[in-house]
Design a protein around this ligand. Structure first.
Ligand SMILES: N[C@@H](CCC[C@H](N)C(=O)O)C(=O)O
Length: 299
């Protein structure tokens, strides 16, 4: 046994975690895209939607550029890679799971995380916290709409709202398209999208609104998602946030505010939207820990 790893998930959005606090075990030239792809392989590797490297921000060459003057406030950096080896700016489930790993590995005290700690990401710093009920939350900042687009699946076109949560999303509310059977959509291939609107690619959400936002009651939606750099996943935290924003914005011109319960194939997330920010909450679970073998690493 050599290098230690953890496996786990947030609503079945699953990750391989590599511990590299001092940045000397998994530098970029060792943890390249090819190794990330092998780790995420579900038959010949460990299996995952992505890899999270747990590293102190001071050891990340990109950190000064993405964290600026807040570098000193972010002890830890979530170095996220999609299963295809690409970097993403942000990962909502990943950063919640990241905090759970810091706590379960004894690198942070859970009680000290009640009000949240700042974690560095390629999308900037984010406040992440541990709830008294065992869940983890992240303050993602405000959803930023940037136009309308279309997704195409098997020759059928869906209108959608483009939303940035640090990373790009196209949220398609399918009931606006005449009552699609969400479960029947074939998401085995990347949905078509406009590369002019999404030059860096896009995560595409298909959403059924189960309960519309109403005074005094939470809205309720369910979604399926095709993630950039991964494929269809069982959950997407930033996708849930973008969806909550789009569901509240549909048919309303005013500032968006409300709580949206988001059912994903892998469980349930809750998103609180205000004009100022977006807070995502949900479970995070470490499934296993182990060591990568020399045999596998050398093969
Ligand atoms: N699963 C994530 C999002 C991961 C990054 C995404 N695939 C991208 O490339 O933007 C989440 O929980 O937000």
């Amino acid at each position: 046994m050599s290098d230690r790893f953890l496996l786990g998930h947030g609503t079945e959005n699953d990750f391989v975690v590599l511990l590299d606090p001092d940045g000397d075990r998994w530098p970029e030239d060792r943890l390249g895209a090819a190794l990330v792809r092998r780790l995420c392989e579900r038959r010949s590797g460990l299996g995952g939607d992505g890899v999270l490297r747990v590293v102190r921000s001071v050891h990340v060459p990109d950190a000064p550029a993405v964290l600026g003057e807040r570098l000193g406030e972010c002890e830890w950096f979530m170095d996220h890679r999609n299963a295809d080896g690409s970097h993403a700016e942000m990962c909502g489930n990943g950063i919640r799971f990241f905090l759970h790993v810091l706590v379960s590995e004894g690198l942070l005290d859970r009680a000290a995380c009640a009000d949240g700690v700042l974690v560095g990401t390629r999308g900037g710093p984010r406040r992440v916290g541990a709830g008294a009920d065992g869940t983890y939350w992240v303050d993602m900042g405000p959803a930023r709409p940037f136009g309308r687009g279309e997704a195409t699946v098997a020759g059928r076109t869906f209108a959608g709202q483009a939303v940035s949560m640090g990373n790009p999303h196209l949220v398609c509310l399918t009931d606006a398209d005449g009552g699609i059977d969400l479960d029947a959509l074939d998401l085995t291939a990347q949905p078509g999208f406009d590369p002019g609107l999404f030059p860096e690619g896009v995560n595409v959400e298909f959403v059924q609104v189960l309960a519309r936002p109403a005074e005094g009651a939470d809205a309720h939606v369910r979604l399926r998602v095709h993630e950039r750099g991964v494929g269809e996943t069982r959950s997407c935290g930033t996708g849930a946030c973008a969806t909550a924003y789009a569901a509240l914005a549909a048919g309303s011109d005013g500032p968006q505010r409300g709580t949206v319960v988001v059912d994903v194939p892998g469980g349930r997330l809750t998103v609180d939207v205000t004009p100022e920010t977006t807070v995502l909450r949900g479970p995070a679970v470490v499934v296993a820990t182990g060591g990568l073998t020399r045999e596998w690493l050398d093969s």
